[in-house]
Design a protein around this ligand. Structure first.
Ligand code: ATP
Ligand code: MG
Length: 180
């Protein structure tokens, strides 16, 4: 499922609207220390529903909003959009292009949109669940996560593989049905 572009505005160090286009093949992002490479992977996890401010290296979720610099005033919101090419319907959504947006305001109000329509977080999660990518999946491996996977207990490790294989969705549906 090709990721076409990532659009950041007011997210961490990306004060200005920044569009990163992913062309066919492998994209490498290079830059000096502190230039924002990790912020890009965090933006991807955030738009997919990351709920832990700590795992985004912040104390509060509002810390993702550009905090200002010597020359620029702080932003009043952070917004990230991820755009997928869905011509092959790899996402269960009937549109050739699917964009997922998350926005947080200084007030702490948080919203999600799929193709510009407001949705719930669970709709965003459901969209990704079968695809093998999610904010915790092996599609994104952050610094330190390799050790965490290697040192995890068997049950936790099994969960990681189930998600990567795309079967977690059915397991969650089964658990929901049994709970009703
Ligand atoms: P390294 O090569 O050391 O891993 P990196 O390219 O991954 O570096 P990041 O960790 O993504 O760099 O970027 C860190 C920078 O982002 C720091 O300069 C930090 O001040 C800035 N930053 C983080 N959050 C915010 C924020 N809310 N507002 C403004 N700048 C921020
Ligand atoms: Mg980094």
């Amino acid at each position: 499922m090709p990721l076409t572009s990532l659009i950041l505005e007011g997210f961490k160090s990306f004060a200005d609207k920044t569009v990163i286009d992913f062309t066919k093949g492998i994209t490498g992002i290079v830059g000096p220390n502190g230039s924002g490479k990790s912020n890009i992977t965090e933006a991807i996890r955030w738009v997919m529903g990351e709920g832990s401010a700590k795992s985004l290296r912040g104390r509060n979720m509002k810390d993702v909003i550009f905090a200002g610099s010597q020359f620029r005033k702080p932003s009043n919101r952070a917004e990230v959009t991820m755009v997928f090419d869905n011509r092959h319907r790899e996402l269960d959504f009937s549109a050739d292009q699917v964009s997922i947006t998350r926005r947080i305001l200084k007030s702490g109000d948080n919203e999600y949109l799929i193709n510009q329509q407001p949705v719930r977080l669970r709709d965003v999660r459901a969209l990704f669940l079968d695809s093998g990518i999610s904010q915790n999946s092996l599609a994104i491996i952050s610094q330190g996560r390799v050790d965490q996977i290697l040192n995890s207990q068997a049950r936790e490790r099994r969960g990681i593989f189930e998600e990567a294989a795309g079967v977690l969705h059915f397991k969650q549906q089964k658990q929901q049905a049994q709970g009703q």
